[in-house]
Design a protein around this ligand. Sequence first.
Ligand code: HC3
Length: 438
Amino acid sequence: MPEVEGAAVPIQAKSSWSSFLKSIASFNGDLSSLTAPAFILSTQSLVEFSAYWAENTALFVAPTQEKDPAKRALLVLKWLLNTLKQQYYSRSEKLGSEKKPLNPFLGELFLGQWEDEFGVTRLVSEQVSHHPPVTAYSITNDKYRIRLQGYNGQKASFSRTINVKQIGHALLTIYPPGSDKKETYLITLPPLHIESLIYGAPFVELSKFIHIISSSGYISKIDFSGRGWVSGKKNSFTASLWKLGEGSEKNPLYSADGQWSDAFTLKEGEGKKAKAIETVKPSDVKLSKLNVAPVEEQDVFESRRAWRIVARSIEKGDMDATAHYKSRIENAQRVLRKKEQEENREWKRVFFSQANSSDEDEKAFQDLVKVATNLGTNSWDGVAPDKTAGVWRYDDQKATGAKKPFHEEGLLALGENPDGTSAPVSRVPTNQSSQVGG
Ligand code: HC3
């Protein structure tokens, strides 16, 4: 093995990395409670990760233009495979390793839009629960009549490394060309684990499998396999697409294999007789730039505005300031939660509400869940209201009325005064630690 243990760790951080490794061996499964050394902290909040689903706008809207339902399902599979590099690899590629993202506070928002030849694709991402942490999102392009929505939380455990189970699901809704009948795709979420932790250069590897289940009857299954101890390439997968009742995973209409972070091939049929259709390189796929309002124009609850001082402190490597300003937000949030409890009221979500089980869309969704369950969900925990504080759906009515300021609590929710100084309500502690948790 050529690598040296902890080789990517800056010399001055070696001892804090060792303490970090020791601490994760006994942590409780709540990723937000991990106290990580400075060099591994990201300035980006987890609420921003929702954008990874649709940066490839051309591929995102493509299924809406395809008349044939099997080819439409293949285009959905192609889009999804292409999102994986952004979702799970882009940060390691850009920063050299996976960093620890900021833990969103309740009500944190990330709003933006992609404006390109496909029109406007709007992103809304909202932290709908803090305990347990859950992020909900919706990505809509009205011109192409497509919406992706979903929510997710994570449950972690330690066995050799950090293993993360995702809780929640994504739902893609499109209208086939010339049709006013919705077609829905239920997308399950993959478990993941962190590789190379001991070398101080962690990166994500996906495990097990996911399904894409369409209301048109087409099923895709993606099986993930990593580099392993002896052979194999990292981020490898094989995929099959078949029609329920007509084909099977082993006898599919289409298949795909390769590396989701590098290159993969879509094929007609499977195995030796398969005919290659296209080799796709996610790095060649054009990504659209998400437009986010300048920080000074953002609402208090918008992520980059809320975390700006913490992010600046991380960039400067000032860990005392990082800990101080993070605590300021956390303490202010605790005060708000206590007040809500005393007044017996709940925090108002701006864009999302609980699913209504008597709604026709929800009944159709339950049918897709049944198919997923029958196929074998492995460790997917896609509809577990007790673990995600409910089943979250984008609420068009609420969203239409949503405008800044999104919450009357304003800056007090962050423990801040308008000039950036600390508001008394937060009771900011002086934390001198060089490791930053939460
Ligand atoms: C596990 C993870 C936080 C969760 C991230 C999720 C599952 C969030 C939803 C996105 O759609 C997909 C996604 C991608 C990456 C996942 C992150 C990778 C690492 C991070 C841990 C909390 C960080 C662990 C700390 C350290 C030091 C090992 O990086």
